[in-house]
Design a protein around this ligand. Structure first.
Ligand code: NAD
Length: 511
């Protein structure tokens, strides 16, 4: 329960102190941070000036020149130590995530676990940054690929995964030999400060163990869009990994293209699931409920559209409505709560706007009302199910709130076509026990998303796979598989160990 006396400012100061953050960085500054749980201001963070941001980027570039020549497994040792710091402080950092962005306890902790997992992955990767040896057409020659460090990596992150997304990028970039500069969301700078303080602890331990780490290897710059623009525009930033809305990607992408910098764009999603006639409906119910309502609908992979086959619609949808009516909404740190608050008023306004547009288009709304948990400045809602006759209007865009649009279908090909008929292309699922349908869904004629699941929901990716989506989701991939290659540059080397100089393609050039 949240009472009039539930206040987090003191908890936050204690947590930040334990995590090693200096009080001067979050008191008396110009960036007010509000906890969505209570709507109270919990800190006033000091923002980075444009001049200081540029200095941090220049320092990161200098650091890169030294870091790139340190052997990768030794760079991995830094990430290994950082993983230890995260393990030791998982409870505190997880709680801070819950207070700052309103995630339920298990999701706050889960976010830190994801950081630990990617550190483990990156440590192993630090001994596996290998390239190919390729057959050459010339005798006494060898051709191979070598992967080299890239440069300064700028990381821009969104509020809804305030720390994990940084770790996905940072852990890989560091073992790949890059330096990093991070601009967290202006809605979640405290978890940014805390994460970076833990990283600095790890750096100190690394140096104490006798390893070299250049000053400026990792920097944190705090502020809103303008400070992100400094990072995007700086010629010494070789790669920007930007996570956020498609609108942000539209602003950032062309600027990077204009200066031929690399980008990893991880943007909005409008994810769908198909429920086929053979689906296991108990499993489907859980999968849909978590994917659609978890994190109060504020995941990029949140399930937003559900296509249900005619033959199971009247069984599944009433059960789903029952689950929606009974789900516990409230203080995310209280046992049993599954749905916490929306991040702010803007998110609540977007939720209401989408629901009224859907109603105007003939949609039938169940749920969707505001729930009072803690006064006027926090925004809790009952997740909404909207039954739609047509795939149109607000259904076609991402509203970053818990709205699930439900539509009927009778032919799986039509369902797949509808699921693909939106701008975004992040995550998708099919619930079926029919192998033909499952394979069709994952085939070239199936889902056009970066993630296509069978019998699990759209959200909750593991770090081992490459994460990202197509079309308006931006096309970037990060985290596992071979996503590390985006943080390195590839060189092709041809070595002649003979005493003649045969030219490729049989060209003759005798001088
Ligand atoms: P947002 O676009 O408002 O902000 C994201 C970040 O971009 C913030 O740090 C912001 O300051 C910065 N930013 C905004 N405009 C910028 C500009 N022109 N130049 C430089 N930086 C700029 O997003 P949000 O509200 O924080 O997050 C929600 C959105 O993020 C949703 O659309 C969600 O789907 C998406 N998201 C995507 C993924 C993914 O991996 N695909 C993951 C998490 C969130």
């Amino acid at each position: 329960m949240i009472t009039e006396t539930t206040r987090f400012a003191e908890d936050v100061s204690a947590l930040l102190k334990t995590l090693g953050v200096a009080a001067k960085t979050y008191t008396g500054g110009t960036l007010a941070v509000t906890s969505p749980v209570t709507g109270e201001v919990i800190a006033n963070v000091v923002e980075t000036s444009a001049a200081d941001a540029k200095k941090a980027i220049d320092a990161a570039h200098k650091a890169f020149l030294d870091w790139r020549v340190i052997p990768a497994p030794k760079r991995g040792e830094l990430v290994r130590i950082f993983g230890e710091e995260l393990r030791a402080h998982k409870a505190e950092l997880g709680k801070l995530v819950s207070i700052e962005v309103g995630k339920v306890t298990s999701e706050g902790l889960g976010e830190v676990q994801e950081m630990i997992d990617i550190c483990d992955f990156a440590v192993g990767l630090s001994r596996q940054l290998y390239g190919l040896t390729i057959a050459t057409e010339r005798s006494s020659h060898r051709m191979m690929e070598t992967w080299q460090p890239l440069g300064v990596v700028g990381i821009i992150s969104a509020f809804n995964f305030p720390v994990a997304v940084w770790a996905w990028n940072a852990a890989l970039a560091l073992v790949c030999g890059d330096s990093i500069v991070w601009k967290p969301s202006e809605k979640s700078p405290l978890t940014g400060l805390a994460t970076h303080a833990l990283f600095e602890r790890a750096l100190k331990r690394y140096v104490d163990e006798g390893y070299d780490a250049p000053a400026g290897l990792s920097a944190l710059i705090i502020g809103a869009r303008e400070i992100g623009e400094v990072l995007v525009d700086h010629e010494k930033v070789a790669l920007i990994s930007a996570t956020g809305s498609t609108a942000m990607g539209r602003a950032v992408g062309p600027k990077l293209a204009a200066r031929f910098a690399r980008s990893i764009l991880e943007l909005g999603g409008n994810n769908a699931a198909i429920v086929a006639p053979t689906a296991d409906l108990d499993l489907t119910l859980r999968g849909v409920a978590f994917a659609a309502m978890g994190t109060a609908g504020q995941r990029c992979t949140t399930l937003r559209r559900l296509f249900v086959h005619d033959s199971v619609y009247d069984t599944l949808v009433p059960r789903l409505k029952k689950a929606y009516a009974s789900v516990k909404i409230g203080n995310p740190m209280e046992d049993g709560t599954l749905v916490g608050p929306l991040i702010d008023k803007l998110a609540f306004d977007g939720f209401e706007k989408a629901l009224s547009e859907a109603k105007a288009a003939g949609g039938v709304v169940t749920g969707g009302e505001r729930v009072t948990v803690s006064g006027d400045n926090s925004y809790y809602v009952r997740p909404a199910i909207v039954e739609m006759a047509k795939h149109e209007g607000p259904v076609l865009r991402e509203t970053f709130a818990p709205i699930l649009y439900v539509l009927r279908y009778s032919d799986v090909k039509d369902a797949i076509a509808m699921q693909n008929d939106v701008g975004a292309g992040l995550s998708s699922s099919i619930f079926t026990n029919d192998i033909r349908e499952a394979e069709l869904f994952m085939s070239a004629a199936g889902s056009d998303c970066g993630i296509a699941n069978v019998n699990i929901g759209t959200s909750g990716a593991e770090i081992g796979g490459a994460f990202g989506g197509e079309k308006e989701t931006g096309g970037g991939r990060e985290s596992g598989s071979d996503a590390w290659r985006a943080y390195m540059r590839r060189t092709t080397n041809t070595i002649n160990f003979g005493s003649t100089l045969p030219l490729a393609q049989g060209v003759v050039f005798d001088v």
